[in-house]
Design a binder for this molecule. Structure first.
Ligand code: COA
Length: 201
């Protein structure tokens, strides 16, 4: 994610998290991008990169080169989704993951989620954690698919309406069983969503 992506990401945030967006204003995103403990990833049409930037891009993991997506967004709306997390010691805590309305159920959220876990691993996280609304079964399905388990509950966590948050967490993401499962899921994802995975080398 770059500074110029902030307006679109904030817009997707407002759509995806109605009532909560005031806590992640554009200035909050800017602060996050300046924070070395915070990472954001965007799912976007393939970017034009300069030659020097292009060389750097080649060295990045596949998710940094996402997405050459068939259903092109227009120039002013070239971002389909985002995810963000902060690192504290060996824990990566997901701040949010959101996909633009009209682009859901296409594999974009899952691609972002895989990318988030892999980036957390590169940054030496042992576990990935998150909070999710108790009623948000769609997101919980995605997290369960990737081995997240319920680790607790925060009562009346969401100030907008007093809903509880479910805390979910992985086992050690560097462990053999987690890695085997992740690689298996990633392979299945690559086969199912070739158009998104097209940039992977
Ligand atoms: C959660 C969210 C990011 C998923 O993104 P998406 O691009 O639509 O998801 P994908 O198409 O990649 O689906 C991946 C998995 O998510 C789950 N999922 C997604 N949509 C679902 C639905 N309508 N019903 C049940 N499960 C669903 C499934 O496990 C799915 O895997 P499957 O296709 O093998 O069943 C998206 O729905 C969203 O932005 N929601 C609003 C914001 C939000 O709730 N964010 C999470 C809280 S931080």
């Amino acid at each position: 994610m770059k500074y110029e992506d902030i307006p679109q990401v904030a817009q997707i945030d407002r759509e995806a998290f109605p009532g909560e967006w005031v806590f992640r204003s554009e200035s909050a995103y800017k602060q996050d991008l300046d924070n070395p403990y915070v990472r954001y990833i965007v799912a976007c049409n393939k970017r034009d990169v300069s030659e020097s930037e292009g060389q750097a891009v080649q060295k990045l993991p596949w998710f940094k080169r996402l997405f050459s997506y068939e259903r092109h967004l227009n120039v002013s709306e070239n971002i389909a989704g985002f995810s963000g997390f902060w690192m504290m010691m060996k824990e990566a805590h997901i701040i949010a993951i959101g996909v633009r309305d009209g682009y859901r159920r296409l594999g974009i959220g899952e691609g972002l989620f895989i990318a988030t876990i892999e980036l957390a691993q590169i940054l030496n996280a042992n576990v990935v954690t998150l909070e999710v609304r108790a009623s948000n079964e769609i997101a919980q399905e995605l997290y369960k698919k990737y081995g997240f388990r319920v680790a607790g509950r925060r009562l009346r966590y969401y100030s907008s309406d007093g809903e509880d948050a479910i805390i979910m967490s992985t086992d050690n993401i560097a462990s053999m069983p987690f890695q085997a499962s992740l690689q298996h899921l990633k392979k299945a994802y690559a086969q199912r969503h070739r158009e998104i995975f097209a940039q992977v080398r």
